[in-house]
Write a protein that binds this ligand. Structure first.
Ligand SMILES: [Cu+2]
Length: 471
């Protein structure tokens, strides 16, 4: 049995047996497998500036070798698992044709993109099997790390699990001239973090009966088992995406060193924030910078939250399972690159709460929002374009996401957000009550409304979602 599975199954033990195990778990940090390290896979880059238009993306079945020589059944965009990173530039539209070569319907949602509902890729924007969808993304928003993934009602969890996810980056004049590490795959590296189950090196398919929330024992990054990445002896930027179905993580470094958070989902922070740990729920993105100038190898560690938050087991274990998820090694043969971080990164115009004319409350239930479940034929509320709104999301442990815009956190349980959260976001893990300020600039009609939902994909598929228009 894998050690992480062991941790979860301990919950059946009597308390007297549990205590020594808890002590062990709290103080042990283990690597997740005894297999050798694999070089981190870097998703191929499609730079919209240098590629033919339209860009073609084929959504297809694949066979990915997580372990050399052992094939697992997967799905991917233009490949076997995950998809290319598409790099876009502000105010330069990108035209993409998505061809669905699966035997089933899918959609492609641009998560984080400020686009009209008609091209948002929600459950209404279906691409039937063997059909092609032609989309032109306006890219009017600031530099940010976004992603694309299916959003088909009832099948999102399974399709993402099979491998359908990719990065959609936007750059702008600011991000390109600041002097941040920005050589793709060298010192600017995307990391899509997921959890999966492997039996004899083969990724296990999505369960036939959808679980309440799928949390699996083995971490992979960009489809790489036990990954290692070699970087220059410089500052290195990682674009972290929690692309897991249901798992939240807390990341830190094996030497407990400080690193810098430079961006949230919707763009760069005003200034780098020095941190020693970083929590991320499904759907969230954060850009971090590591200082590798001392040449020492470091491991990125992930703390896994226990499966049942509310069980007595979760209460008994204040520090949950730790897993080494990425080994970062300096390669002295690589030319040195960025040595210092800029002191200022961005100018953020902060919304004023007294200017919010509309207040909405979202009461998060066990598997509903405000007592309602997703009904494709119901518009749950209507928003007026360009009007500042204040939303309060109440009720704990479900990452809340809405389409079409980015928001700012006003408060968490009545307190102002920490500096590392004072930026543009589109997913928030409330852990209590959180208030956010937001405005919508694009239209979403009744035919193609925006979604708001829990980003635990199983919860989304089970109906923890609603829809709204912007007019
Ligand atoms: Cu949820």
């Amino acid at each position: 049995m894998k050690s992480a599975e062991k941790a979860f199954r301990l919950s059946a033990w009597p308390i007297s047996c549990l205590l020594p195990a808890i002590v062990l778990l709290c103080f042990s940090s283990v690597t997740q497998a005894n297999t050798p390290f694999n070089d981190l896979l870097i998703p191929p880059l499609i730079d919209s500036k240098h590629s033919n238009t339209p860009i073609h993306i084929e959504i297809r079945n694949g066979q990915h070798e997580f372990q050399t020589g052992i094939k697992s059944a997967t799905k991917g965009y233009n490949g076997n698992y995950l998809g290319p990173t598409i790099r876009n530039y502000r105010n330069q539209p990108t035209r993409i044709q998505f061809s669905n070569k699966l035997e089933e319907m899918t959609t492609v949602h641009g998560h984080g993109l400020h686009v009209p509902g008609s091209i948002d890729g929600g459950p209404q924007n279906k691409i039937p099997s063997n059909a092609t969808l032609d989309v032109t993304y306006p890219n009017q928003q600031q530099a940010s790390t976004n992603w694309y993934h299916p959003h088909i009602m009832g099948s999102t969890a399974r399709q993402v699990h099979a491998g359908l996810a990719g990065f959609f980056l936007i750059e702008d004049e600011n991000s390109l001239t600041l002097g941040l590490p920005n050589t793709y795959g060298v010192d600017d590296i995307p990391l899509a973090v997921q959890d999966r189950t492997f039996v004899e090196g083969r990724m296990q398919p999505y369960p036939k009966i959808m679980p309440h929330d799928l949390r699996e024992p083995t971490l992979i990054i960009n489809g790489t088992l036990n990954p290692r990445v070699k970087v220059p002896r410089s500052l290195v930027r990682f674009r972290l995406l929690n692309a897991s179905n249901a798992r939240s993580y807390e990341f830190n470094l094996s030497n407990d060193a400080t690193f810098y958070k430079i961006a949230t989902e919707g763009g760069l922070l005003e200034a780098p924030v020095a941190i020693q740990s970083l929590k991320m729920s499904p759907g969230e993105r954060n850009e971090i910078v590591l200082d590798m100038s001392d040449g020492q190898t470091v491991e990125l560690i992930a703390k896994l939250l226990p499966k049942k938050y509310h069980s007595i087991f979760a209460v008994l274990i204040p520090f949950s399972k730790k897993v080494s998820m990425l080994r970062v090694e300096v390669d002295e043969t690589l030319p040195r690159r960025t040595a210092t971080l800029p002191k200022t990164l961005n100018t953020i115009h902060f919304y004023q709460p007294d200017e919010a004319t509309v207040h909405r409350h979202f009461d998060i239930g066990e598997m509903d929002i405000n007592g309602q479940q997703m009904d494709m034929s119901v518009i749950n509320f209507r928003v007026e374009k360009d009007i500042l709104e204040l939303w309060t999301i109440d009720g704990g442990r479900h990452p809340f996401h809405m389409h079409g815009t980015s928001f700012q956190i006003l408060s968490r349980n009545g307190k102002p957000p920490e500096p590392e959260e004072r930026g543009w976001k589109d997913v928030v893990y409330p852990n209590g009550e959180v208030s956010i300020l937001l405005k919508f600039q694009h239209e979403a009609t009744e035919e193609f409304p925006y979604m708001y939902h829990c980003h635990i994909l199983e919860h989304e598929d089970m109906g923890m979602m609603g829809q709204f228009t912007v007019e």
